[in-house]
Ligand binder design. Structure first.
Ligand SMILES: [Zn+2]
Length: 512
């Protein structure tokens, strides 16, 4: 006999409906799953067999064929256990005709433990959101209930396969949950770290303010102990609040990576700081069953790469795609998936391998070749994608003595929010969210050069060997500085300020 259920799978960060057909025919006992299942889905057979037996049902000793459609879509994840088990119970007529008929009304997702209880599975939120158009009630594991609430789709959460069967037979009731999606006005960032705790480093603080105001990437170069990590960790506190759409987008990514934990909707901009020994796959995403990497977990937030020059050359080079496009594409034999990865990069590095170059108190023990090799790890094309580079000097005694009298994060954030408000109006109706992400056409329209600025840029281009991409970056950053001042046009002084944040450019760090 043949039975059908509806499930879903993830591709990229979207869910796709999958039809689960189960056929049971006479013949030697066999259990096959076809329709492009990946390794995780194939393992489902063992769990389903044990769960059916341990729930007090018979596992049919016949030829069982499970077909997952559409055929061309790769199926991944453990959520197919429950729809397959339900299909087997229906096809073997262990469910009554009315109960079998009812299965059609549901979207069924859940991993089964061997005892037949339902375990949480990854990606429930994007699958529920994408499948809302089907108009079906969802069946999800109790541990995924918070994600169900965010999706605003109606759902039930049986604890076991047996409980679900009893519900379908109308022996027991199960409560239907559906929360209306209520957008809140503003989701405020929560960080207790304040910029006024960092002494001195006015130039670096200014660079971070510009970065927060326009979505620009920053590289901080300085001796150990100059406060690079302290500054980076306080950066999220001056960023604008997440919008509902942004919050939903990052919550979907965390759902796919099974990282939601007890949070319902992520309300803070992510701050990710992977160690420099991270693999390329963990940084960018991928693997045999593709999963988002750190760059996507930092989406709509901050990716902090400390010891920037210590990351592997290949890891640094793969960063170029997300920095340029705001997403990563992962190609595999049978499919290509894309994950959003629009983050603000905050990178930090020492001036040399031993960390003492330029330190008046400790001598640098590196050879000139070592220093050059170290700095050249950051290639020209990668530097091109960093808008602001700033040198941090050892903190002066006077700055240190000044204590905590610097500006607070709240004061800086107020200026950032005002500049973001200007950009929101400027880019209304387009997909651009900040100056850093302007298209060429927008650059032309909104970043007109002040008179006399041609000569400054031309001499800078000659002096630093600037690329066309760097020039675009300079204009976009100058636009942000003008926005911070509430100026309608870019002025020469804005361009001059940007130039002091571009000491590296195409010549590489080696010429510093
Ligand atoms: Zn050194």
């Amino acid at each position: 006999m043949l039975a059908n259920a509806t499930a879903a799978t993830i591709k990229g960060i979207e869910g796709f409906a999958v039809s689960v057909e189960v056929d049971i025919a006479p013949g030697l006992p066999n259990f096959a799953v076809v329709g492009l299942p990946d390794a995780e889905v194939k393992e489902s057979k063992e769990r389903v067999t044990a769960a059916i037996r341990n729930s007090g049902f018979d596992f049919p000793l016949k030829r069982i064929t499970v077909n997952l459609g559409p055929a061309e879509l790769r199926k991944s994840g453990t959520q197919f256990d429950l729809p397959i088990a339900l299909g087997i119970l229906a096809a073997s007529e262990q469910l009554s005709a009315p109960a079998r008929e009812k299965i059609k009304d549901f979207l069924v997702l859940g991993e089964l433990a061997l005892d037949g209880s339902l375990r949480p599975c990854a990606g429930v939120l994007p699958m529920l959101i994408s499948c809302k158009t089907l108009g079906k009630m969802a069946i999800i594991p109790p541990a995924n209930a918070l994600e169900g609430q965010i999706s605003s789709a109606p759902f039930i959460t049986p604890h076991t396969l047996r409980e679900l069967a009893d519900y379908l037979e109308e022996k027991i009731p199960l409560e239907t949950v559906q929360l209306a999606y209520v957008p809140t006005e503003e989701i405020t960032p929560q960080t207790t770290l304040d910029f006024n705790e960092v002494k001195g480093q006015a130039l670096a603080k200014r660079a971070l303010e510009i970065a927060a105001a326009g979505g620009h990437n920053v590289l901080m170069i300085g001796l150990p102990g100059t406060g690079k990590s302290m500054l980076a960790k306080r950066f999220p506190g001056i960023l604008p609040p997440l919008t509902q759409d942004e919050a939903l987008e990052i919550t979907k990514i965390y759902s796919i990576c099974n990282l939601l934990g007890k949070s319902r909707l992520l309300t803070n901009r992510p701050f990710r700081d992977p160690h420099h020994t991270i693999s390329d796959v963990a940084l960018i995403g991928g693997g045999s069953t593709p999963k988002p990497g750190e760059v996507s977990l930092a989406h709509n937030g901050v990716l902090f790469l400390d010891e920037f020059a210590e990351f592997s050359r290949s890891a640094l080079e793969v960063l170029r795609e997300p920095l340029e496009n705001g997403h990563v594409t992962i190609s595999r034999a049978k499919e290509t998936v894309s994950y959003p990865a629009r983050f603000t990069l905050v990178a930090a590095m020492n001036p040399c391998p031993c960390g003492n170059l330029g330190n008046p108190l400790k001598p640098c023990t590196c050879s000139p070749t070592q220093v050059t090799r170290y700095k050249n790890r950051i290639s020209g094309p990668l530097l091109d994608r960093i808008d602001l580079t700033v040198n941090l000097n050892p903190v002066k005694f006077t700055d240190w003595k000044q204590g905590t009298e610097g500006e607070t994060s709240a004061q800086i954030r107020a200026r950032v929010l005002a500049a973001r408000e200007i950009q929101k109006k400027r880019f209304a109706g387009t997909s651009t969210t900040a100056n850093a992400f302007m298209t060429s056409a927008q650059l032309k329209e909104f970043c007109k050069l002040p008179s006399g600025a041609d000569t400054i840029l031309e001499s800078a281009m000659r002096k630093f060997g600037l690329s066309a991409r760097s020039l675009d970056k300079i204009l976009k950053t100058a636009r942000t500085i003008a926005d911070l001042e509430g100026k309608a046009d870019i002025e020469t002084k804005h361009l001059i300020e940007v130039m002091q944040y571009r000491p590296l450019d195409r010549k590489g760090v080696a010429d510093l």
